[in-house]
Write a protein that binds this ligand. Structure first.
Ligand code: APR
Length: 260
């Protein structure tokens, strides 16, 4: 066994002890957990026809005002990618963890539904969901599915449907750059992070605030935090651990070592 494997094994063994003891676990996830389901992360360069766009410029109110059809087309394409994807071993392991005696809350920055499709029942979406659009003008959520079309292709512009009440343009119900998080979800996420004894932070770059406060809040309140990410996590504090591997590789191993 080489040095990397030994390090990974030791990291997993230490994390398994913490997971074995934990009574209230928060699983905080980012785009990396869905990477092995084939959904590109935010900070991976885009490929194909979307390659000339940057999500950080497409996902803003300004981009929608300037070219709503481009943003709606991008959103439909992302919905299609998610619909074609399946939960991976990490999503499934987290769902299984939720069936044990521990309290398990998933706090996700992801707008896909792979945690729910894997079977997790308590999922807080900090950045909204691909499945719930709303009116750009009056914020009303459509009451029927007529907005839900199959038209989606890479790089294709699609005019957004209109709001049934005010005839404004429908926009994706996700949190764009510069927008506030949904306040109920945020309050509940903070309270849960404060009360957990272990937080697993999986597949997130930790660059986007305020979501990136969640692991810090857990640490401040005495919980341990374990980061699972193939990229190195720097500046670990007290009670903070890192496992350098992918979510789909590490989560089943961690659960099995912890006897889940
Ligand atoms: N397993 C675990 N982690 C992975 C994997 C994998 N298979 N593949 C990649 N990663 C890690 C990357 O190393 C990176 O640290 O996942 C992280 C993905 O980072 P981002 O793309 O920045 O995604 P995320 O942290 O979720 O972004 C936060 O930014 O664009 C906004 O609103 C958007 O919710 C998103 C937020």
């Amino acid at each position: 066994m080489n040095e990397t494997n030994t390090e990974l094994r030791e990291g997993l063994a230490a994390a398994a002890v913490l997971l074995g003891k934990a009574r209230h676990v928060v699983v905080f996830t980012g785009a990396g957990i869905s990477a092995e389901s084939g959904i590109p992360t935010f900070r991976d360069p885009l490929t194909g026809l979307w390659a000339r766009y940057d999500p950080e410029t497409l996902e803003t109110p300004r981009a929608f005002r300037e070219d709503a059809a481009l943003v709606w087309g991008w959103y439909l394409w992302r919905r299609m990618k998610v619909a074609q994807a399946l939960p991976n071993a990490a999503h499934k392991t987290i769902a299984t963890l939720g069936t044990t005696q521990r309290e398990v809350t998933v706090i996700t920055q992801n707008i896909d539904d792979l945690h729910e499709r894997a079977g997790s029942s308590d999922v807080i979406h900090l950045h909204g969901s691909l499945d719930i659009p709303k009116c750009f003008a009056c914020h009303r959520i459509p009451t029927d599915e007529s907005w839900n079309t199959d038209i989606a292709a890479e790089g294709v512009r699609v005019e957004p449907p209109r709001c049934e009440r005010c005839k404004g343009k429908l926009r994706p119900g996700i949190v764009w750059f510069g927008e506030d998080l949904p306040s109920r979800a945020w309050k509940r996420a903070l309270a849960t992070a404060k009360s957990c004894d272990l937080l697993l932070s999986i597949g997130t770059s930790g660059l986007v605030y305020p979501a990136a406060e969640i692991p810090r809040e857990a640490l401040r309140n005495g919980a341990s935090v374990i980061h699972i990410n193939p990229a190195p996590v720097t500046q670990l504090g007290v009670n903070e651990y890192a496992i350098a591997g992918t979510a789909g590789q590490c989560m089943p191993l961690l659960a099995s070592l912890a006897g889940v």
